[in-house]
Design a binder for this molecule. Structure first.
Ligand SMILES: [Mg+2]
Length: 220
């Protein structure tokens, strides 16, 4: 037991704290226009995005072929990593919820699978990075959800214990299974990836909005 350490509240970023899919759709419209493509290209991208889980090299390789783009796949991918995070935003109520948890004594951490560049820009651009104790990006720490080690790294980094902590996220296989493996209580947000919601990945709570998660955690 480590009763003296503060407890930790972990949050996934994409489609948990921010509406990643909405941001992607807005980026897609901007990007299509910027390269001289129309609504068909936007639909094409939205159909193949898979909530961001389709490898970007695959997505842009396909787009290059489909639309005869001149830029290399690597260049398209690098531009995407820098540009699409600028289309993300956080609702004021989400920033308030994160602040309220910290004020109440929780150590608040974002635990996100992804690249340093794009996730780092998202944290900065949305203002989320400024109101949490640590943004734990898988590429930076060398381990991904659902590996429970990533939660241990996050807890150590902010001087917290995992005991009595929470993991909040939208993905049953990464966020909920990962949180359970780390010994955390879990809250699933939304209905993304229903195919992954198996019997061994049942969260402590399931809400449609992350705002309900703040209430439950604050209530103790
Ligand atoms: Mg997510």
């Amino acid at each position: 037991m480590t009763p003296d350490l503060p407890r930790i509240a972990c949050f996934d970023l994409d489609n948990t704290l921010i509406d990643r899919d909405a941001a992607f759709a807005t980026w897609a419209e901007w990007w299509a226009q910027s390269v001289g493509l129309g609504a068909d290209a936007v639909s094409w991208l939205l159909d193949r995005d898979e909530g961001g889980f389709r490898p970007r090299a695959d997505l842009f390789g396909g787009a290059k072929e489909q639309f005869g783009l001149r830029a290399s796949v690597e260049a398209l991918e690098a531009a995407y990593d820098r540009e699409h995070p600028l289309f993300t935003w956080a609702e004021p109520e989400v920033l308030d919820g994160l602040r309220a948890l910290r004020t109440a004594g929780w150590r608040v951490v974002v635990v996100t699978n992804g690249g340093i560049v794009q996730q780092g820009i998202k944290l900065e651009h949305t203002g989320i990075g400024a109101v949490v104790d640590f943004g734990c990006i898988s590429e930076a720490v060398g381990v991904r959800k659902p590996d429970p080690v990533i939660f241990k790294i996050a807890a150590d980094r902010v001087g917290a214990t995992l005991e009595g902590g929470w993991m909040v996220g939208d993905h049953p296989a990464y966020d909920i299974a990962g949180g359970i493996a780390a010994g955390l209580r879990t809250i699933r947000v939304g209905d993304h990836h229903p195919e992954a919601a198996t019997a061994d990945r049942v969260p402590t709570h399931h809400f449609q909005s992350v705002l309900s998660a703040f209430e439950v955690i604050l209530a103790g």
